[in-house]
Design a protein around this ligand. Structure first.
Ligand SMILES: [Zn+2]
Length: 176
């Protein structure tokens, strides 16, 4: 039995997103499932290092996979190996496998399912838009600083002009 406390720990540790495909609770509008990486039916335990936070779809595709023969391919364990070790995300949002484990996991969990690819592209676009907005804000700040300096400079120039005029008046008065 997974306790409520364990569930909370697994959720937090996974940053509230599927550890296989990256879809977050807020994208789905609900909590995700907890997967036993080594299935309980294949001897897996309820210990935290065997629990993976997992969306319903990834969980359905993974099922109770566990390699039994030496020749069986290992499934990628997101708790033990970084994503970038096994996959490359391409420009068009598709994942490209870098290892045999990556290739196997990609096929088994259908990590290039069309809606997931569309999700990846949308997420990337949101990040790009956010970066663009930040750059725009920086530029606006710089412009504000520039106008401030310019107005200071104009005031100084006017002051200088006033002094010159006063000086000229004095010279004219003295020359008479
Ligand atoms: Zn998933």
């Amino acid at each position: 039995m997974i306790t409520l406390e364990q569930r909370q720990q697994v959720r937090q540790r996974a940053n509230f997103a599927c550890e296989f495909c990256g879809v977050a609770e807020v994208d789905i509008g609900d909590q995700l499932t907890i997967d036993h990486f080594q299935p309980k039916t294949k001897g897996g335990s309820d210990s935290l290092d065997n629990l993976v936070y997992c969306c319903v779809r990834c969980n359905q595709y993974k099922l109770a996979y566990w390699p039994t023969e030496m020749s069986d391919t290992q499934l990628w364990n997101p708790r033990q190996e970084p994503f970038v070790e096994h996959f490359l995300e391409l420009e068009d949002g598709l994942l490209y496998p870098l290892t045999s484990t990556g290739k196997f996991t990609l096929n088994r969990l259908r990590l290039n399912r069309p809606l997931l690819v569309a999700y990846r592209l949308r997420k990337r676009k949101q990040i790009e838009e956010k970066q663009l907005l930040e750059r725009y804000q920086e530029l606006t700040q710089l412009l504000e600083q520039f106008y401030h300096q310019l107005s200071n400079l104009t005031e100084e120039q006017q002051e200088l002009l006033r002094e010159q005029r006063d000086l000229l008046k004095l010279i004219i008065k003295w020359a008479r």
